[in-house]
Design a protein around this ligand. Sequence first.
Ligand code: ZN
Length: 630
Amino acid sequence: MRGALSRAALAACLLVPLLAVAQEAPRRVEVSDDFSAILDKGSILVEVRPLDGESVTDFARRISRDEAAAARLLALPAAPSRSRRIVLPYGDLSDETRLAAVRALFPSDVRATIGWLHVAVENEPLASIASWFTGDARLSARLAELNGLREGEPATRGTLVKVPVEYLLPPFRDAEPIPDEEPPRLEYGSDAKGRYAVYRLKRKEALYSAVVVRFTGRIHAEDVIQLALDIALRSGIDDVHAIPVGFPVKIPLELLSGEYLPPDDPKVAAQAKERAEAALFATPAKALHLAGVRVVIDAGHGGTDTGTLHHGVWESTYVYDVASRLRKVLLETTRAEVVMMTREPVQGWEVIDRDRLPDRKGRVLLTDPPYRMTNVVAGVNLRWYLANAILKRPGAGGRPIPPEKTVFLSLHADSLHPSVRGAMAYVPGERFLRERYGRATPFYRTFREVRDDPVVSFTKKERVLAEGASTSLAEKLIGAFRRRDLPVHQFRPVRTHVIRKGREWVPAVLRYNKIPNRVLFELSNLSNEEDRRLTLTRAYRQECAEALADGLVAFFGGAPEERAIGTAAASGPAAVRTAAAAAPAELSGPWPDTIGPWPEGAPQGRTALAPTPTPAPTKAPRKPVRRRRR
Ligand SMILES: [Zn+2]
């Protein structure tokens, strides 16, 4: 039996190279049931079909580069359907579809600061590479010159071809670049306890941050401490605080985050496919100055739910301040419609010009009737019910606002291992979302939002779209934080799920929320001393609010300076016209007629808060915050 197998295996080994020389078989990567990418003799093709519940017209528009390509698709003799896939050429595809095909076929490709780094997976003509990434096959001569390759000869398998930023087509140009730091080098091995990766500690690196947080993706204190002990034990380390430089630390493979797995691990291919599928939906509608966009701002926690609490600092107080500042920035500098999910009855959404803020427990969730948030779980569940109700509401002037122009932003501050710092964003990972969910108990039924729509359900398309669009939004928000030098989580700031105590999930406020562009944003880690100190300054909170506004503008296709309606930055004639044409719109809470009466006792607080003059300026000096590299 053994011998027979070896002979068969040997025969296969001999056959494959021979075939490869004779003719390379098309390379085919099945991303999902609905989408495959094919590389066939230097041409990229996709095999696609409409998603469940998607009309053929919608499908044609989504997948095609322009109206003409969509019309060609619709004129095909055999129309695509759920039971009929069709094959389309790269040139006819939309930006998102091209990016998705490239991500699937070339998993080693990355967007670096200098441009797109393409790694050939077979013999690829330079003209093909030039046309995939730049849209112009004639640039092959330039690529040959830049990369020290011979024109007219294909890039062989494994060749790195750099395509500079200035030549890139939009989807490749706009992809989020990886940081320029040198990627850490891991070696892989195995022993009686299984496979592991080896990392050698450098000077000043600690096991917690340099190994556990970086390579396993764990950030919660109890997980980090436990895994550090497990890894120390596995590596034969007696004292985690005195590990010699260069000591080989063994990390069991099953603990590694996807990006650090060896390339032959099946999970790597699965994750590349997930990313490719999500990339199909990464770019939203364009909206200059956020015109026609509705931003739903959810300040996390509130009422008796303080959120995380460190050294007397309440999460709920400071995220509400950033939410109020963001509301103000958006109303003053963009045309977005702003909807606030919660309201503090004493101060309303006024920005208090102080570093330390008064803590209050009177904040209500603006459901019908308003909810005082006395129960944490109910506070979260009613949030997504409210978000789903807002999604259906017409905008100012009674015009409907399409879901793709609606954003849900839930603001929080985290409580992680003290070595972790900076902003992070969570998006709804497709594989963690359920199809149907509802909580129709008598308590929940006292709220109009629940009675109107007790059960939420998602199609596969909605789930995939939510991950793709929300990831793109989160990357823009994080990118805006980076541009302002605000601290950002060092290793993986955008995540599709929470990992904690061996479980993985999407926060409920995102999980059952139907707003397609939705992000839970952790502004800082309150367990980290520097983050906490920053959070207690109004300068930092104002920078956060402005960065979030920049990120929203960028997500809808603008440059940050495009959010300056009515200010010096928008002084061109066109900008003046736009500013004059549209006064900022705001819905003063979801159901204005039913807000209030405010809970008893609230007005007393007013005296305590009454405008206290403070000498400090509202606007922070630029860049008060330095990102610390560790
Ligand atoms: Zn929170």
